[in-house]
Design a protein around this ligand. Structure first.
Ligand code: DX5
Ligand code: ZN
Length: 223
């Protein structure tokens, strides 16, 4: 299997020093993150408020790492394209919020970005399995979206296994991504279920050395 991807979430970083916090996971070798996960929250789709387009535009100038923008917002049909235009590498919208997620994905790809679809822990995949080919990432939430530092919900691994099977048998180029409660204790079971890309907030930015935490998580996911 391919090398596991690690995407530190800056939700757990110091928002007054975002540039430095990203540089802490942009070092050499195994300490380098694959993507930087950017949690956009609007206080409507989720009960928390974080950051939006102006911050993503500035982060684009501040790092070479790919920005993985996770939009936890209402009406992503209106807003998602702006993140692609701001230079996001991947833009993920929630199936619970999007009116036409396939159209969003097509527009994102046309704008040069990759497109992701995310499901909350209680949202079944079934209705969307036949649209998977339109996406580059499928983000399975393993906590209720809104806050970092919550406990991993192992029941979502069934969805990961289903997605893995479909992607493999259909030879789809969709990366299965997981987000929420990923740390040294939980990453192994997620890897075993077939996750390709692991978001980790508190496990990276709560560590003494975020770069070392990235390397350690990737190593655990690979075994
Ligand atoms: C939660 C966000 C996550 C969050 C994960 O709604 O989508 O990306 O940062 O944080 P941890 O890894 O601490 O659970
Ligand atoms: Zn996220």
């Amino acid at each position: 299997t391919a090398r596991p991807l690690i995407a530190p979430s800056i939700l757990s970083a110091d928002f007054a020093r975002l540039g430095e916090e990203i540089r802490a996971v942009a070092g050499p070798g195994e300490t380098r993150a694959d993507w930087v996960h950017v949690d956009v929250m609007d206080a409507h789709f989720v009960p928390n408020l974080t950051l939006g387009l102006p911050v993503v535009q500035s982060l684009r100038e501040a790092t070479d790492l790919p920005l993985d923008c996770h939009l936890m917002i209402e009406d992503p049909d209106r807003w998602a394209i702006g993140y692609a235009e701001a230079g996001a590498y991947n833009v993920t919208v929630h199936v619970e919020a999007a009116k036409d997620p396939v159209k969003i994905a097509k527009d994102l790809r046309a704008a040069g970005a990759k497109a992701g679809l995310s499901v909350k822990p209680g949202t079944p995949l079934e209705d969307h399995l036949d649209t998977l080919k339109h996406y580059d990432t499928l983000l399975v939430m393993s906590v209720e979206p809104g806050f970092g530092g919550q406990s991993f919900i192992p029941e979502v691994l069934d969805k990961v296994r289903t997605a893995r099977r479909l992607v493999d048998t259909g030879h789809l180029k969709v990366l299965v991504e997981i987000d929420g409660g990923i740390n040294a204790d939980t990453i192994g079971q997620a890897a075993e279920a077939g996750v390709d890309c692991f978001v980790a907030g508190s496990a990276v930015y709560g560590a003494e050395d975020p770069g070392k935490a990235v390397a350690a998580l990737r190593d655990l996911a690979a075994h």
